[in-house]
Design a protein around this ligand. Structure first.
Ligand SMILES: NC(=O)c1ccc[n+]([C@@H]2O[C@H](COP(=O)([O-])OP(=O)(O)OC[C@H]3O[C@@H](n4cnc5c(N)ncnc54)[C@H](O)[C@@H]3O)[C@@H](O)[C@H]2O)c1
Length: 360
């Protein structure tokens, strides 16, 4: 049995989480934890209600960093609903006692955010001090794509303190030997990079490609176009999106030996808020060179598509710590991320990760 979806009495304690970037993904994650915590029999939409001995409701956010006016200085329960966040409201969240701290801006802000995100005038905090005080176990990186310097700054601060990292953005930090060494030296681990959403365009496209190939269809060309109206889409349609496109293409083509022509792009459509549409098109040839065309459309709440993956990745870091496994976690990275250091067939990554997560 690969999935275990029953609530239980907590026997492992809490998982203390630090969030970097209080955007739509953070908002859905915080709301989702509250939603499941209030209904212990509900496991709808979860890959694991219980993983590594932790119920989903055992996760507790203890620190949060952002740079935006309207979020910095607010209790996290309010900051998650501050504009330009635009994800669906799932539930109200009671005051958490976690005040959003202003982190270093670095490359987290760009001129394309002018008029949408104003940088808070508050002084920047000492990241390591905030993390130490919060006693966080795991830090999750939810910065805008292209925030390479900011991403590295937060990851190094966490690893220096022995705090594990889940890197949800397309900055290839977990491929960097210096980062892996820092994790090993400080007896912790990292999962990266760039979330492969629970049921997103990448895994769907990849699976369709695989189906075409094992049925003997020669793929000639394929494209994937994604559109939505959140700040992630606004950001991705600038040159900062180029690493995301590469990351998506890597995830779609992972393990494929067919060198077909693949094009991936995104578009920002403001009135779509956090609703994402993904269109996939594949053109190939079957028996006797006759044409085969597939066209499909997926619609999801974008940020919710990252939260289930994030919840499981966080608990993998906790299991690794308990088992004395340090450095980069390769199977969970292959299962949860578009650009792991080692790509693995999904089924293999799934089984290896599941066995790991079922470790009591
Ligand atoms: N399904 C998904 O939603 C999905 C899947 C894969 C990857 N991702 C990635 O997750 C990341 C987060 O997505 P999102 O939709 O929440 O984005 P978002 O734009 O809503 O949130 C980013 C947040 O980071 C904050 N920020 C910017 N610079 C900062 C800094 N230096 N320090 C601290 N905070 C800073 C912003 O103010 C904002 O609140 C993106 O990089 C996205 O590509 C998301």
């Amino acid at each position: 049995m690969y999935l275990l979806n029953t609530s239980h009495d907590n026997f492992m304690g809490k998982v203390k989480v630090a969030i970097v970037g209080v955007g739509n993904c953070a908002s859905n994650f915080v709301q989702g934890i509250e939603y499941y915590r209030n209904d212990k029999s509900n496991s709808v939409g979860l890959m694991h209600r219980v993983a590594g001995g932790y119920d989903i409701g055992d996760m507790e956010v203890v620190a949060a960093f952002d740079i935006a006016e309207g979020k910095v200085g607010q209790d996290l329960s309010l900051a998650i609903f501050a504009p330009p966040n635009c994800t669906k409201t799932i539930t109200s969240v009671p005051e958490m006692g976690v005040i959003v701290q202003k982190g270093p801006v670095l490359d987290g802000w760009g001129p394309h955010f002018e008029g949408i995100v104003t940088v808070s005038p508050e002084p920047e905090c000492d990241i390591e001090q905030v993390l130490r005080d919060s006693k966080a176990d795991v830090m999750v990186i939810l910065l805008p794509s292209g925030s390479d310097q900011a991403c590295y700054t937060y990851i190094k601060a966490a690893l220096n303190l022995g705090i594990g990292v889940v890197n949800g953005i397309p900055v290839l930090a977990s491929h960097d030997p210096e980062i892996v060494r820092l994790a090993e030296e400080n007896k912790t681990s990292i999962i990266g990079d760039d979330f492969k959403s629970q049921l997103g365009g990448t895994i769907l496209h990849h699976t369709l490609m695989h189906l075409f190939q094992i049925r003997g269809i020669e793929i000639n060309k394929s494209y994937q176009i994604n559109y939505g109206g959140n700040t992630d889409f606004l950001n991705l349609q600038t040159p900062r999106g180029s690493e995301k496109h590469k990351s998506k293409a890597r995830g779609i083509k992972a393990g494929s030996d067919n060198n077909f022509d693949l094009s991936v792009n995104v578009s920002y459509i403001e009135n779509q808020d956090d609703n994402k549409t993904c269109r996939i098109w594949i053109e190939g040839q079957n028996f006797s060179g006759c044409p085969v065309t597939f066209e499909g459309k997926l619609t999801v709440v974008d940020s919710a598509n990252s939260s289930g993956v994030l919840a499981d990745a966080i608990r993998c870091i906790m299991v690794a710590k308990r088992m004395g496994i340090y450095g980069r976690l390769d199977a969970p990275s292959a299962y949860f991320m578009k650009s792991p250091y080692i790509q693995m067939p999904d089924e293999l990554a799934y089984k290896a990760t599941d066995e790991f997560l079922m470790n009591p």
